[in-house]
Design a protein around this ligand. Structure first.
Ligand SMILES: NC(=O)c1ccc[n+]([C@@H]2O[C@H](COP(=O)([O-])OP(=O)(O)OC[C@H]3O[C@@H](n4cnc5c(N)ncnc54)[C@H](OP(=O)(O)O)[C@@H]3O)[C@@H](O)[C@H]2O)c1
Length: 342
């Protein structure tokens, strides 16, 4: 194969926001698969706030990306050449891959290499049927367990995880309030995704809006952002309320972390429970959840958006979009036009 393989390798560890200069764009030959391996052409990358955490050289649920390695990322790819019994050329697969055009793999890794079933749009396994949809499913339905008529607040509600989480709570009959940055996202929440109320935390007084909508009545808070929004919700929890701690993107996931929630003693005085989770805890149940989500999408009960950027070289800038709130729904990047002819 005469084409070159472009890779984005981690050059320096960022302290705060990722910079283009933290990565080196290197060109090299396209690798060849050995026995038991496949050669993949990456098509779409998933962008996930947790990737920023993978750049910190600190203990976490996965080892940090090493200096000189291509940046780890969820991706959909096409099998170009297979010397693996499970895959054949032309198969479309998803898995935890990395920022490069071509990859040789034995199909292992965090979530393995999974064939994308026919009829499923290529981007869905990275979003609504992928990690973010599954996180919403398990976080909301298994941990949060929303009940009919309960007040449920979801932060980061117009993002990939929050938008699905809120709609799942609506399906259980809850009254759902979302927080999101900007009028456009808030309109999408109430007019498209069926949230009962949306609070534009960038332009409104979040605490005042929560007091007006649900003072001391939040039974379930599904938190994607932490920071001031977590504090506002802590001050408005109902007695015996639950907080599902999904993420804390307002910290930036860099090395300089802000102080924790000021009002955490409200957990004591209001007898609330706050519980974190990692979606990988539920890996053995991913097929069941993806099937349920696909059914609800087909029935029109779950709406979702995708923001698709283009070009491998734009990966670092696309990662920054998540932390600036520039994405509505799932943040993706297209690296190649599928399907690739051999
Ligand atoms: N526990 C798990 O296993 C698991 C798995 C996947 C994801 N997560 C977490 O779930 C959360 C959402 O992830 P996602 O992939 O679905 O991303 P996303 O919500 O699609 O995108 C991130 C969103 O975060 C919001 N945001 C950024 N900075 C913020 C700030 N300072 N304050 C408030 N909101 C801010 C932005 O929306 P606005 O415009 O509204 O600001 C942005 O669009 C993240 O915290 C992520 O780490 C957890």
């Amino acid at each position: 194969m005469s084409e070159t393989n472009r890779q984005l390798l981690l050059k320096t560890r960022p302290r705060a926001e990722v910079q283009d200069s933290d990565f080196e764009l290197r060109e090299g030959p396209v690798p060849s698969p050995a026995e038991g391996q496949v050669l993949l052409r990456t098509l779409y990358f998933s962008f996930d706030p947790t990737q920023r955490g993978w750049l910190n050289d600190v203990p976490s649920y996965l080892p940090p990306v090493k200096i000189g390695e291509p940046m780890r990322a969820g991706a959909v790819a096409q099998v170009i050449e297979s010397r693996h019994p499970k895959f054949k050329a032309g198969d479309i697969v998803s898995g935890t891959l990395s920022w490069q055009d071509y990859i040789v793999t034995d199909g292992g890794g965090m979530t393995g290499l999974n064939k994308v079933p026919p009829g499923i749009p290529l981007t869905w396994p990275l979003g609504v049927l992928g990690i973010t949809g599954l996180t919403a499913y398990f976080g909301m339905l298994e941990l949060g367990k929303p009940q009919a008529d309960e007040v449920v607040v979801v932060s980061g509600a117009a993002g990939a995880t929050g938008s699905v989480a809120g709609q799942l709570a609506k399906m259980r009959g809850a009254r759902v309030i979302g927080t999101a940055g900007g009028p456009e996202k808030c309109r999408w929440l109430t007019e498209v995704a069926g949230f009962d109320e949306a609070i534009d935390y960038k332009n409104e007084d979040t605490h005042a809006r929560l007091q007006a909508l649900c003072k001391d009545r939040i039974k379930l808070f599904f938190d994607n952002v932490g920071g001031p929004i977590l504090d506002h919700c802590l001050l408005n929890m109902a007695r015996f309320g639950r907080i599902v701690l999904c993420g804390g993107i307002s910290s930036g996931y860099g090395l300089d972390l802000p102080p924790g929630p000021k009002h955490y003693m409200q957990l004591v005085v209001r007898s609330c429970r706050m519980e974190g989770f990692i979606v990988l805890n539920y890996m053995d149940r991913f097929p069941e959840a993806a099937q349920a989500l696909a059914g609800w999408i087909r029935e029109g009960r779950i709406k979702f958006e995708e923001d698709i950027q283009e070009g491998l070289e734009n990966c670092p800038a696309t990662m920054r979009r998540l932390f600036k709130g520039q994405n509505l729904g799932k943040q993706l990047l297209k690296v190649a036009e599928p399907p690739i002819a051999r």
